[in-house]
Ligand binder design. Sequence first.
Ligand SMILES: [Fe+2]
Length: 210
Amino acid sequence: MFILPDLPYASGALAPVISEATLLTHHGKHHARYVESTNALLANGDASPATLEDVVRRAARGDTSLFNNAAQAWNHAFFWRCMRPGGAPVPDALAAAVALAFGDQAGLRSEFLAKGAAHFGSGWLWLVARGAVLSVISTHDAGSPLVDPGLTPLLVCDLWEHAYYLDHRNDRTGFLIAWWDQLVDWSFVGAQLDAAIADEAGWRYPEAVA
Ligand SMILES: [Fe+2]
């Protein structure tokens, strides 16, 4: 079975952008439920996969219920890892890739905010890499770039209303601006780009335990 990974910081550490109340519910209720449902669905099947990445990729071929829960479990754990209280500077190699794709960091920020504002309904907003080539994409519901073997996710923001409604009401763009300016762990994003360029897996969900 898969575990719910602990948050990599204290539950109040991302306030006021993400309040402690939001984070406790989001991690302890929403994320926990996706992990529980994934484990329950796997217990009813024959396979006992070791990695959640395998579950997501296999379920994408036709098991919608398992895909939705497994991908949501993965996406949330990745989302927690993409943030750090106070943020972090952009590493040089990442800045160079950003310059090629978007002109500069401000260009990437504009693209990210525009895609986030334009996304209809629930989903996820990603910075992804195909090798060293960056792009911004959004996915609906539980959608995951893991289903495209050539893509490495570098950064994600949760666009479901449960991620921001308590703190920002319906102001998704206000949430995205505060999140981008104050919480993104660019050192983690840079490490994911390094993995993409080296054709390595990058961050992985903790392996299943017996
Ligand atoms: Fe969420």
